[in-house]
Design a protein around this ligand. Structure first.
Ligand SMILES: Cc1cc2nc3c(=O)[nH]c(=O)nc-3n(C[C@H](O)[C@H](O)[C@H](O)COP(=O)(O)OP(=O)(O)OC[C@H]3O[C@@H](n4cnc5c(N)ncnc54)[C@H](O)[C@@H]3O)c2cc1C
Length: 383
């Protein structure tokens, strides 16, 4: 594996090595393939990560976490992404939509109640922003949270809520005000997934089978005030912050997954012979691998750059958009080229490139499409 010249501490290197070891010893390819084939969440691996303390990596130690920063979380997610992308996605939702949102915007009571349990993997959080009529236009959400004496009554629909089946709470973006400015009147609520009136319908998708994605129906779901994350009506900046943290996490995981796709293709190119030579000796193949290596390295560099900026409190929306755009397009391209290198075998379910190709396809759509990331970057350029 190439090194992109990032300075890591002994502790961070230990974190990377121990996760690699865990995959090698206990959650190998066969485990990942089985979970994928059976659409089964990796509960054993997730539970073990919780017991070993990884899930609290960026949760402050006063709440029983590891006390690390965003950079530590990015390193963890990159390693998890190498081994099992859906496991990394489960973890990132807990770190982002769970721990980050609660730590940055929750009350002291919410932090005490939930952060230690998130750190141990006793609870999981998923995220519901998208609605049937509100996708890229996130501020157009309509799921209504109407005020009651002690909280809210939530009615509406969400679509594509990933990981709902393994979650205890869904961080839900609701409409609480209907003034002229659509970015006003947004409130985030942490809703227990077993709330009366909340039902779900799984959706069949091309990839990301272990965690799956779901349509949600809210029919007068009662949510107490204590479950609000951030201010009433002024939740838009909270949402933007949560989305930017999400872009970092999912890009780190995908940079790791892209590295795995590259490793598989490289090994194959070295051992597969045609016309009396390893196919990797043909320039058409070696140039693809060179291109793939470059894309993986750039993805990792962008991840590290943005993670260190977040640790220093510098958060630029352009960096988040560039990272998300690049890392997701890169994973898709790497998976596609990797499958081509494996020829017919890449197209079978007996190799992992098909899973990379299916999973990577979501990257340019979910959490803000590539077109929307380009719009964001262009806007920061005064366009
Ligand atoms: C498997 C999966 C998992 C997901 N998980 C979650 C989740 O856990 N939580 C959640 O809230 N959401 C989730 N999503 C939803 C995802 O974030 C949305 O699908 C995405 O934001 C795009 O919204 P849309 O599908 O409604 O597409 P639309 O917004 O309808 O866009 C359709 C097309 O038009 C383009 N387009 C739209 N507006 C513009 C514009 N202004 N300029 C240029 N192009 C434009 C888009 O780029 C896209 O190509 C998931 C989606 C999938 C498929």
């Amino acid at each position: 594996m190439s090194d992109v010249d990032v300075e890591t501490t002994d502790e961070q290197r230990l974190l990377q090595e121990s996760v690699r070891e865990l995959f090698a010893k206990r959650y190998d390819r066969a485990y990942v393939r089985e979970c994928d084939r059976d659409h089964r969440p990796p509960v054993e691996a997730f539970g073990e990560l919780g017991r070993l303390g990884y899930l609290g990596v960026s949760i402050p130690s006063e709440y029983d976490g590891g006390g690390g920063g965003v950079f530590d979380a990015a390193l963890l997610l990159e390693e998890l992404g190498k081994g099992f992308l859906d496991l990394a996605f489960w973890v990132f939702r807990n770190l982002g939509h769970g721990a980050h949102a609660i730590h940055a915007y929750g009350t002291e009571e919410q932090k005490k109640q939930l952060l230690p349990r998130l750190a141990r993997g006793e609870v999981s959080v998923c995220f519901a922003l998208t609605e049937p009529d509100s996708g890229s236009d996130a501020a157009a959400v309509r799921t209504a949270a109407t005020r009651t004496d002690d909280g809210y009554l939530v009615t509406g629909q969400k679509i594509f809520c990933s990981g709902f089946k393994v979650s205890d709470y869904v961080l839900t973006v609701t409409r609480t005000g209907t003034g002229a400015r659509k970015h006003h009147g947004i409130t985030l609520l942490l809703i227990p997934t077993d709330s009366p009136g909340l039902t779900s319908r799984p959706l069949d998708t091309l990839g990301h089978w272990p965690l799956g994605t779901t349509q949600l129906y809210f029919d007068e779901v009662r949510v107490p005030d204590e479950n609000r994350i951030g201010p009433h009506d002024d939740g838009w900046p909270v949402l933007m912050d949560v989305l930017e943290f999400e872009r970092l996490c999912l890009s780190a995981a995908r940079a790791g997954a892209a590295q795995s796709a590259l490793t598989d293709a490289l090994e194959y190119a070295k051992q597969r012979h045609q016309f009396g030579h390893p196919i990797g000796e043909y320039q058409a193949v070696s140039h693809k691998l060179a291109e793939m290596q470059m894309m993986v390295d750039i993805s990792r560099m962008l991840v590290y750059r943005y993670a260190s900026r977040l640790d220093r409190g510098v958060n630029t929306i352009r960096d988040a958009a560039m990272l998300k755009l690049y890392a997701c397009e890169a994973y898709k391209a790497v998976a596609d080229m990797g499958l081509q290198i494996l020829g017919g075998y890449g197209y079978t379910m007996e190799y992992d490139l098909q899973r990379h190709l299916r999973d990577s396809r979501l990257g340019t759509i979910g959490a803000g499409t590539s077109e929307i990331q380009r719009n964001i970057i262009a806007k920061t350029m005064g366009l």
